[in-house]
Design a binder for this molecule. Structure first.
Ligand code: 13P
Length: 237
């Protein structure tokens, strides 16, 4: 399966920096052996999608509402994101689960809304440090998958251990491989499973070579074109 390297810009980037970064990715995206995606904040999504139109890098969103329209001040519906140029949407990121109280049921409803709008969902799962240290990492992730993925799910799953996000810490290669195997067992053969959490150019090759790792979801290192492209270049072809 072709690997995907996805960048989650989170709540970063004003127009000028976003356009510069998108331009650099447009120039660097050719000749890579993997699929490339960037998920900028919604304010610059349309502008970034415009710069990347026709390039080898696609544009995604970071969240969507479960309804297609209505009285939801400040929220964004999946058809709006599609209209702005998004092809994918990240859903159930641990920062949304922790900071906005998103439950598996809410993520489930958002996944269905995304699919209805023609967006490919990237559903995030992952355990906290306490859950890992308590020996519950696999059961927590299994529960998140069972609750968040609708029957017949055809998007991507991103395994992002909460304690590895933005910390510079990563699980051991054996732990990443074990969790990806456990996720594979639950989602079937067709789903790409991304790893996320402190992926950098220095560790990308080792992580991307692990069995069942179908790519990476990159936070901090996706804000720099050289770093992001170096991670993409580390994909085995
Ligand atoms: P970092 O790569 O900054 O650890 O963030 C990972 C992440 O949360 C991507 O969604």
């Amino acid at each position: 399966m072709r690997r995907m390297i996805a960048g989650n810009w989170k709540m970063n980037m004003l127009s000028e920096g976003a356009l510069q970064l998108a331009g650099a990715l447009r120039r660097g995206a050719d000749r890579l052996g993997c699929e490339l995606l960037v998920c900028p904040p919604a304010t610059v999504l349309s502008a970034v999608a415009h710069v990347l139109l026709g390039s080898a890098c696609q544009t995604g969103a970071q969240d969507c509402h479960a309804e297609a329209a209505g009285a939801h001040t400040g929220d964004l519906a999946a058809p709006m994101l599609r209209d702005a140029g998004a092809t994918h949407v990240i859903l159930g990121h641990s920062e949304r689960r922790a900071q906005h109280g998103e439950t598996d049921a809410m993520v489930h409803a958002k996944v269905e809304a995304a699919v209805r709008a023609g967006l490919v969902p990237i559903v995030c799962v992952g355990e906290t440090l306490a859950e890992r240290e308590g020996g519950r990492a696999e059961s927590v992730v299994a529960g998140q998958l069972a609750g968040s993925l609708p029957h017949g799910f055809a998007g991507l799953v991103a395994y992002e251990p909460v304690w590895a996000i933005g910390t510079g810490r990563t699980p051991t290669q054996a732990d990443i491989a074990a969790m990806h195997a456990a996720i594979r067992h639950r989602v079937g053969a067709a789903i790409r499973i991304l790893y996320g959490g402190s992926v950098k150019p220095e560790n990308a090759a080792a992580i991307l070579a692990l069995p069942e790792v179908g790519g990476a979801l990159v936070g901090g290192a996706s804000l720099d074109a050289a770093s992001f492209l170096a991670i993409a270049a580390a994909c085995p072809v």
